[in-house]
Design a binder for this molecule. Sequence first.
Ligand SMILES: [Cu+2]
Length: 163
Amino acid sequence: MTDMRIARNVRRWAPAILLALALASVWADAPWAQTQGRVIYMATIEPRGGAQQDKEPFPQTPLPGGEGYRKTPPDANGRWEVVTYQWSPGTIVVREGETVTLEIVGINGDVHPSTIPGLVNSFTVKRGEITRVTFTATKPGLYPITCTKHTPNMQGTLVVLSK
Ligand SMILES: [Cu+2]
């Protein structure tokens, strides 16, 4: 090949190659490229409550240990609060043999190191990010979806229905 012919070939194919690269990068970021099977959308949430000390005295009974519950005594204005962390939804249902992707967005709590024993070894959900967990539910039963930081109660239930 002469230099002229090489130059002509580059000019001929460059637009098609650039277009293919652009499409590949778009497809790689698309949600359907990163999920398999049915997608179940979840979030980490933080229900919060509280009251004024003069209307509703601060309950002195301690909550169970771990980071799953937090109760703050009355502040300078007499307001006390209680918070916890949860999966939303707390119960998800899949069929035996079904492949699903949990797409979890971190809303509350900076980080949630988590596991679904027997199905998913470990995954981490961070605030402001999406975590996708794909698995095939091979065996019917009830599986806890456990955050190992917000113990004892940040635990959901995965129900695998038998065929
Ligand atoms: Cu957590």
